[in-house]
Ligand binder design. Sequence first.
Ligand SMILES: NC(=O)c1ccc[n+]([C@@H]2O[C@H](COP(=O)([O-])OP(=O)(O)OC[C@H]3O[C@@H](n4cnc5c(N)ncnc54)[C@H](OP(=O)(O)O)[C@@H]3O)[C@@H](O)[C@H]2O)c1
Length: 350
Amino acid sequence: MSAPAGTETTHRARTGRAVRMTGSGEPEQHIETHATDRPTAGRGKVVVEVEAAGVSYAEVQMLQHLHPFPPRFPFVPGYDLVGRIVEVGAGVTGFANGDRVAAMPRYGGWQTHAEIPAACLAHLPEDLDAAEAVALVTNGVTAWQMLHRLTDAAPGDTVLVHGASGGVGSVLTRIAVHHGLRVIGTASPAKHDAVRDMGAEPLDYRTPDLPAAVRQFAPDGVSAVFDHIGGKGLDDSWKILAPGGTLVSFDSSVAGYRPGQWFRPHLPALRRSLTRALARLLGRTGGRRMRMYYVKPGKNFAADLATMYDLLGQGVLRPEIAGRLPLDDAARALRELLDGRAVGKYVLIP
Ligand SMILES: NC(=O)c1ccc[n+]([C@@H]2O[C@H](COP(=O)([O-])OP(=O)(O)OC[C@H]3O[C@@H](n4cnc5c(N)ncnc54)[C@H](OP(=O)(O)O)[C@@H]3O)[C@@H](O)[C@H]2O)c1
């Protein structure tokens, strides 16, 4: 039910805690926790008491000033969160005090109370575990939309998921297997057992001739490749596609860029995407196409997240939780991601 504008506010200041990213560099130097007052809800916004907030590679990129949309330092990181609305600002419809919600504000999640634009919210069923629910907000919607909104991969087809042990990759692998797809999942060798447990066939992403290795599994190529590597890696991903297949480029995170080159990593993907769109128009790609993806809030976000929550509630989907940590351990979680030790999603519990 909608809250009448401004009628459900409770202006009770409360001391909370927030994590702050203070600059570009190492997590141990630039991540700190501090006390805050509870915010009040501005127009079109709500205040959420945070139950769980996700740690994602986006925060690693923000720390290295490699994110395409970097906020100014210092700021409170936290791409996504789940929690309960404790205050509703004027002009908000569709959400009321006490509602349990999921949100993707892109930053601001790593604190006890967050002021969130209502446009970033979706409803969250009461019975779901907060950590599992937050692991599906950005990662789940990203995985779902890339697979089901950008490709035509049908049951029985084979797809290649890069980074299958990661936050996005592990959810993508599970929903692809659930969809009846055969999944080849790249990961470092130490994580191959984890990838196998998800129902995929593991492959080391450092294999020298990756297209040849993939063709041993799928001689005719694969129906879709999900690529967060970027750079020249996109050419290998393109070579692996079967006629009519789709290459989804969803980041350029592993191509060896230096901290501070925030937009540069994305240029090779943009260039290739334009060139291939033109070649496709001219009928020169055998029906193959390349699509770039960036998750955003809105109607499809809320609808697709609801689908993910149905699957979670039915027990079809179990996101991998790398660890549940207090806010004070945010730097440790980032370090685990930076050093490639995480399997699945680290979650902060304020
Ligand atoms: N476009 C969007 O809307 C969107 C949304 C969400 C996330 N993303 C992006 O998606 C990427 C993954 O995010 P995440 O949160 O899942 O990160 P994550 O949990 O840290 O996972 C990263 C994964 O990348 C793998 N990896 C490392 N080096 C690699 C290489 N050279 N080739 C292939 N894979 C490699 C890692 O495997 P090992 O651990 O086995 O080394 C790990 O599985 C990030 O770049 C993030 O920014 C984009």
